[in-house]
Design a protein around this ligand. Structure first.
Ligand code: ZDR
Length: 276
């Protein structure tokens, strides 16, 4: 099986081009093997690039634990770069089918190489039943105590579930101990991604993410979008925010038409063959 290793600001995935390769039979079982950083290729998960009846291509994403997610913001920018540069569809804008519907992606191209991608991520989902979170009404800074620490959670779905927490400072303990507990907290029937956010100004934040199914990663595209939405709802942020993640920056805008737009780079690192 030929694969391509790509990342969006350090959120790295193993991509399989199923236009040209046979579809892996059990991607849920393959994802943990290829993602393993010592015994595998190494990555935050596996992404399949597939033909679509309704868009230029379709994306399926499997986390490092093999669970399938509905959406991946950093991954979908990489899919767009791959689809364009490998001539699957030389269109701009491109459309990609995901678990949250067909998304439109505008490419910034220089010398036939995709430098950065702006994704229309659609409207955030705030209905608790659809996130899903077992609380009533829009969940904005709902108090919760974890391990003796008082936190306030804001819940947003960008197709996949997010739990956003604003803090004056972000430390390792929050991310690596409270992150996994919140991921599997009974409030979240489908588990959740968890974002810890430090507001630097109304238009600039720093965040770290504990990803459902993959643990701490260097970046989270859908999470950065959820942070912008949560910040506006909580009265902490403007609708246009620069988000600093461990692996780089994303520009997020929650436009007045209700759609969230995410802009960031996508990078191809190497290609190889997995002996299966
Ligand atoms: C954070 C993420 N990599 C992105 O860029 O949006 C999404 C990966 C999927 C996530 N771990 C989930 O929803 O299970």
């Amino acid at each position: 099986m030929r694969f391509t290793k790509m990342h969006g600001i350090g959120n790295d995935y193993i991509f399989v081009d199923c236009f040209h390769e046979t579809l892996p039979k059990a991607p849920e079982a393959l994802a943990p093997k290829v993602s393993e950083r010592h015994f595998g290729i190494g990555g935050d998960g596996l992404i399949l690039i597939l033909p679509s009846n309704v868009a230029d291509a379709r994306m399926r994403i499997f986390n490092a634990d093999g669970s399938e997610a509905e959406m991946c913001g950093n991954g979908v920018r990489c899919v767009a770069k791959y689809v364009y540069e490998h001539g699957i569809a030389k269109r701009n804008p491109l459309t990609i089918e995901t678990g949250r519907g067909v998304l439109t992606l505008h490419l910034e191209v220089k010398d036939d190489r995709v430098q950065s991608v702006t994704v229309d991520m659609g409207e955030p989902i705030l209905d608790p039943a659809r996130i899903p979170v077992r609380l009533n009404g829009t969940v904005i800074e709902h108090p919760i105590n974890m391990d003796g620490v008082d936190l306030a959670i804001t819940c947003v779905s960008m197709g996949n579930p997010h739990c956003v927490i604003f803090r004056p400072e972000i430390d390792d303990l929050l991310v690596t101990q409270i992150g996994p507990k919140l991921e599997r907290h009974p409030l979240f029937p489908n588990r959740t991604n968890v974002e810890f956010v430090q507001v630097l100004s109304p238009s600039e934040v720093r965040m770290r993410v504990w990803e459902r199914g993959s643990g701490e990663t260097l970046a989270c595209g859908t999470g950065a979008c959820a942070v912008c939405v949560a910040g506006v709802l909580a009265g902490r942020l403007d609708r246009k925010v620069l988000v600093h993640l461990l692996g780089g920056d994303l520009q997020i805008e929650w436009r007045s038409d209700g759609h969230v737009f995410m802009t960031g780079p996508a990078t191809e690192v190497f290609t190889g063959e997995w002996p299966d």
